[in-house]
Structures are given as structure tokens and as C-alpha cells.
Write a new protein. Structure first.
Length: 667
């Protein structure tokens, strides 16, 4: 610890403290709007304590009058000199940062040529000097995943930013007296100025989408900084601006699909190489699918040591098993492969800690599988790469294929024959023996933007169509006004001139990807002090994919055409040809089997039924339908997640920290 006194001649004490011990990164802080206020160092300590799982290798803080910054650290690069907060040469610009900047070596060399002086070899310090040189425009030069807060003492401005896609989280609250921020909500809640008020509108949004898109959280006064946005806090004003958006712009000189595949292969190999920058071992999460196998093939090109790979399966012979395909990929590349199996008891055993770490009641059962495989991986490595994002970039979901077929039918019939479409939809709904046609038939008479909420949310779910059936009178009164679906329709309006596939990919990139998939990926891997990197979501890869013709991605029954063609030589045919599965958790079978009593004990408890959001009879009926085998797992699990969230974060007398034993809860 080395305290530094004096602050550019203003006579203010700077409290700067570094500690290094086993207690990856988490950031937090507070800025009072009144320059005469003093930050309480113990508040920053408590906030860092709430983030200790994100930073087991050390922590540090910077406090100067009305501003306090805190950081917990997972050491990945520059193990000896990478402690944060980090400052510029004259200690007038300070930063706390979470993430990795993959092009930092060339940026550092450029800044050295421009006369900047560095104290370390970290990517963190590169951001400080980029800001000195370019201001907020420094964001356009960064390639990577990041969330940071930078204090400019001369300008008295706090500059906060989140990466383009939202790989790293950033939460904030404006209390009227101060701006408070952190990597996780639980750090913000330690500030006495933030009340734990539930947003009824956010509950409705969650049940509509099964996650919370946009800047909402379930806490009325806590918000998410959206991907591709930054915030400037100056003179008690909080200004939020967007600095990046996904554009579907084709490059000059159109390529055929073979040329595009070769370009993609070269781009992804280069991107994976950059993502492997690390001073610690790196592994790969294998799902047995195309995306993670493609990443493994690129890692194998660069690895100097035997690669560690990890996968997971589920107890029960009747469930889809990814492990044979993952093993096939591991054998091909000679990795040291690790596989585990989890049971329904282990699944329920982590549910409480799942909610504690997620902080948002996301319907994401695979997150619990990710916990166990992350826990396994952390025994061997500190960093893992995965194939997350390939489906959103290259059109990998069958939903895209199915809905494009529907849109093609509509275009063949033409808008003047809407009556015929309505008749066809009704006929399919009443008489067809195909459950799929019966399901999709009614959508023939609806525009895409009116029913496509996102990849995760569904027009066939009980919410939001059954608000009047499920919601209490008080709940209905509390949510009058804008409907959550209007958010998606506004996103469609931004890309209304694009092809239907690109419209869906855009909506998913703005909603489901950052607010479901990436929240899960960050929170659960970080809970195990493991850093997850996602090369397919590097913005250069996303922009390349967006510039391709839609039929390079989805055509007829084929999905991810260009990605599969790019790695056809590297991926075994059984993997290349198999139907997409992913970490398909058998949640429906478990909810009507081993987890039936767990569900009843929570959702039918007096505590749950008395919260006032729902009609008790409607919830009782839904639980009964689940136990009888109906396909309502999404709704039941979402309500369970909401109830567990309430118990952790709202109910008086409940523990405010992680549960004592994740292995024994609910088992």
C-alpha cells in the first residue's frame, strides 16, 4: 500500500491503495455531484467485497474527494504490474476496467511513437493514453470486450463505456446526489442511496421476453449501460450516447460464397490468435457443434501446448448428449479432454446461487450447466474460448429458416390476398396433423415485426398474451402504458429496408444476445473466476457477417452456410451435418419429475402467492399443467426465477450474500 497526497495543487487527499492476495475483474465506484462531498473508503471496500469472485488475484482503489473507484482483479496479462486503478503520467486520468483489448500491442506502439509514457505493459493503460489522445473517440480504436470507468480530474468528468456487443456488463444508478456504478448490481445495492424498489414494468418485460432487454433491471433505479454506448457524467448531468451500431453494408466487389468462406476462415484464425493473448493457460468449451469446433481448430493452429477442452452431459439416457460429438472434435485435435455429467439434483442445487450471480431472473437453464463445466475448467485454466455468437452472426437457428419460409409464402401470395392468407392460416390451425404447421400457421397473416420478439421469446408463450389471466388487478394497473413488444418493433423500424433475415439478426444482436446469452456467459463464468472469450463476437467478425448476402447464411433448409463451408476441412462430417442442439438442458422432463416438489414448494408457497403480482389460481393451474407434462417449462422456470430473485434481493431478513452451500440447496 502506498498513499499519495496532493492533487494537482488543489489540496485534496488522494487515497490510493493496492492489495494483492487471493480473494476476473470487477469494477465499481461512485461520484458525488457536489465536489465538496467526500467518498467513504469503506463503501468502496464493501463494493469490492461484493465482486471478490470476479477478482481473486487482487484489488485496488482510488479515492479523491467526491470520486471513488474500485477494482478486483483476475490476472491474465502482465501478472507483475497490472494492478488497477491505473493512471497517466501525471495522475490526472484514472481508470478501472474489466475486459481484454486484443489489439492493444499495436495501439501501445502507436502511442509510444506519439510520446506517451507507460508504467506497465497492460491493455488497461493503453485506454488511458488513448483517451488522452482522442477523448471519447478512443472507443472506435478498441477491439475487444470491455466495460470501464475513467475519471478525468482536469475536466471533472467521469467517462464510462461498454463494448460494442455487450460482452462485459455495466450497471449504474443516478441517485440525484451521486452516480454509482459496478460490474454487478449487488455492488450498487451496498450504497445507502439506492433503494431496493421493484419495477412492475420490468417484471412484465421479463415475462414477455424471459429476460430483460434494453437498459432495464428489476430494480426501478438501477440500469444497464447498453452495448455500444458510453456515459459522460459532468456537472451533475448524466449524458448517454451510442457510439456503434451493426450495419448491414456489403463491401465493394462482391465475392462468391467460396471466396467469402476463405476470407472468413482467415479472419477467424487471426481473431482467435488475438483472443489467445494471455500469460496463463487457455482452454476451449466444446458443445459438440460447428461453432465451438471451428474455434478449436483455430486454437490448434496457434497453441504451443496441449489444449484443454471441456464439455458437459446430463444424467438420463433419454436426453440429448453432446459429449460424443465433443469427444470426436477433441480426439481430432489431440486435446486433453474433460467431460462431466450433472443430475437434476445438482441442477436444483445451484438454483439459488444461479439467481444470486445472475441478479436478473433470466430464463436460461443452460447457465446452470455452464456453472458446472466452468467449475471443472477452472481447475485447469483461467481463460476459455467458446463458440458463443456464431448463430446470431451467421444465422444458425432453425427459427430463422422456419420464419423465412413463412415470409416467402406471404410474398408469393402478395399483400392483396390477405383474406386468402387468413383462410389458409385458419385451415392449418384447425385441420393439419403437423404440430409445426399448426403452430406457425396463424403467423401467416401477421407481419414479422409484430410477432418476432427475439430468438428466446416466443409468440406462442403464455406471456404476454395472457396478462389478463395471470396478472392481478394491481399489477395490471401498475403496467399501463407502453408494452414491452414496442421495443422490438422500434428495432425492426431501424432496419426496415433490410432483408428479413438481417432484421431478425439485428433484433437478436440488440436483445437476446447481450441481455440473455452474454449476461449468462459473463456472470456464471466469473462466478467461478474464469474468463470467457468469444471470438465469433469480435466486432470485425460481426461486421463481416453482416456484409454478406443473406443466402450465404441461410438458404432453404441450410443454416450457417458460409461458416460451415469455411471450416468444412477442419470439422468432422457428423458434426457438420448434425442438427443444432447446444447445451440442451432437459428442463421440461426435470420440472415434471425430480423437480416437481421443488417447484410446488416455491411457487405455491404463501410467500409467493401473496406478493400481489399474480392471481393465485392462475399460478396454481400453471404448476398443475407443468406436472401433467404440458410444454410450459419456460413459463414455470421464469416464475421460479422471479420468486428466487425476490427472496434473495427484496425480502427482509434474507441473506444479502451468496448462499452458504450451492451443493446442498434443493438437492
Amino acid at each position: 500500500m502506498r498513499p499519495v497526497f496532493g492533487d494537482a495543487g488543489v489540496g485534496r487527499q488522494i487515497h490510493l491503495e493496492y492489495r494483492s492476495f487471493d480473494i476476473m475483474c470487477g469494477i465499481c465506484g461512485k461520484l458525488y455531484y457536489d465536489a465538496g462531498q467526500q467518498i467513504d473508503p469503506s463503501l468502496i471496500d464493501r463494493m469490492m467485497g461484493a465482486l471478490k469472485h470476479r477478482g481473486p488475484d487482487g484489488k485496488g482503489k482510488y479515492i479523491s474527494g467526491p470520486v471513488g473507484l474500485g477494482h478486483t482483479r483476475l490476472s491474465i496479462i502482465d501478472l507483475s504490474t497490472g494492478a488497477q486503478p491505473i493512471a497517466n503520467e501525471d495522475n490526472t486520468v484514472w481508470i478501472v476496467y474489466n475486459g481484454e483489448i486484443y489489439n492493444f500491442p499495436e495501439l501501445r506502439q502507436q502511442l509510444l511513437r506519439q510520446g506517451h509514457v507507460f508504467r506497465s505493459t497492460t491493455d488497461t493503460e493503453v485506454i488511458v493514453h488513448l483517451y488522452e489522445e482522442y477523448g471519447v473517440e478512443c472507443l472506435s480504436k478498441l477491439r475487444g470486450m470491455f466495460a470501464f470507468a475513467l475519471w478525468d480530474e482536469k475536466e471533472k468528468v467521469l467517462f464510462c463505456a461498454r463494448d460494442r456487443v455487450g460482452i462485459k456488463p455495466f450497471y449504474y444508478a443516478d441517485t440525484g446526489r451521486a452516480f454509482v456504478f459496478g460490474s454487478e448490481i449487488k455492488a450498487l445495492l451496498l450504497d445507502p442511496g439506492i433503494e431496493r424498489q421493484v419495477s412492475h414494468q420490468a417484471i412484465d418485460t421479463f415475462l414477455t421476453f424471459t429476460y430483460l432487454p434494453g437498459n432495464e433491471t428489476l430494480f426501478r433505479n438501477v440500469h444497464k449501460l447498453e452495448p455500444g454506448h458510453y456515459i459522460l457524467v459532468k456537472d451533475a448531468h448524466v449524458i448517454r450516447k451510442q457510439y456503434w451500431d451493426l450495419k448491414f453494408v456489403a463491401p465493394s466487389g462482391r465475392q462468391g460464397i467460396d471466396e467469402a468462406a476463405e476470407s472468413l476462415r482467415a479472419l477467424l484464425r487471426r481473431t482467435v490468435k488475438e483472443h489467445m493473448i494471455s500469460d496463463v493457460p487457455v482452454g476451449v468449451l466444446l458443445s459438440g457443434g460447428v461453432d465451438s469446433t471451428a474455434i478449436l481448430s483455430c486454437v490448434a493452429e496457434e497453441a504451443s501446448k496441449r489444449i484443454q477442452t471441456f464439455t458437459i452431459g446430463f444424467e438420463g439416457a433419454e436426453f440429448a448428449d453432446e459429449r460424443p460429438y465433443a469427444k470426436m472434435a477433441a480426439d481430432r485435435y489431440g486435446t486433453e479432454h474433460h467431460a462431466i455429467t450433472i443430475s437434476s439434483g445438482q441442477f436444483s442445487g445451484f438454483l439459488n446461487d444461479y439467481i444470486w450471480h445472475m441478479e436478473e431472473p433470466v430464463y436460461e437453464p443452460p447457465a446452470i450447466a455452464l456453472h458446472y463445466v466452468s467449475k471443472l475448467a477452472r481447475q485447469f485454466v483461467k481463460v476459455v474460448l467458446s463458440g458463443e455468437g456464431g448463430d446470431e452472426a451467421f444465422g444458425g437457428y432453425q427459427t430463422y429458416r422456419n420464419l423465412l419460409f413463412l415470409e416467402r409464402v406471404k410474398s408469393m401470395v402478395g399483400p392483396t390476398n390477405s383474406a386468402w392468407l387468413s383462410t389458409l392460416a385458419g385451415t392449418l390451425g384447425r385441420f393439419t396433423a403437423s404440430s409445426r404447421l399448426h403452430k406457425y400457421g396463424p403467423l401467416l397473416k401477421a407481419p414479422l415485426a409484430s410477432y418476432y420478439y427475439s430468438r428466446r421469446s416466443s409468440p406462442f408463450a403464455l406471456f404476454p398474451q395472457s396478462r389478463n389471466h395471470f396478472y392481478s388487478t394491481d399489477m395490471l394497473a401498475a403496467i399501463r402504458g407502453d408494452q414491452p413488444e414496442e421495443m422490438v418493433q422500434a428495432l425492426f423500424a431501424r432496419v426496415s429496408g433490410e432483408a428479413e433475415l438481417n432484421q431478425m439478426l439485428y433484433v437478436d444482436t440488440k436483445t437476446w444476445l447481450p441481455d440473455d446469452l452474454l449476461i449468462k456467459a459473463d456472470k456464471i463464468t466469473m462466478a467461478n473466476s474464469l474468463e470467457l472469450r468469444v471470438p465469433l463476437l469480435d466486432h470485425s467478425v460481426l461486421e463481416f457477417a453482416a456484409g454478406l448476402p443473406p443466402d450465404f447464411k441461410v438458404s432453404g433448409f441450410a443454416t450457417k452456410r458460409v461458416l460451415k463451408k469455411a471450416f468444412a476441412r477442419e470439422i468432422a462430417k457428423p458434426i457438420l451435418k448434425r442438427r443444432k442442439a447446444g447445451f440442451a438442458v432437459p428442463i421440461r422432463q426435470w420440472l415434471q419429475g425430480n423437480l416437481k416438489e421443488y417447484i410446488r414448494d416455491h411457487l405455491l408457497s404463501d410467500r409467493c402467492l401473496s406478493r400481489g403480482y399474480f392471481k393465485p389460481g392462475a399460478i396454481e393451474g400453471l404448476v398443475e399443467r407443468s406436472s401433467q407434462g404440458e410444454r410450459v417449462a419456460q413459463e414455470v422456470f421464469s416464475l421460479l426465477a422471479l420468486e428466487l430473485w425476490h427472496r434473495h434481493f427484496i425480502d427482509p431478513g434474507e441473506p444479502s450474500g451468496q448462499t452458504a452451500s450451492a451443493d446442498n440447496v434443493g438437492a
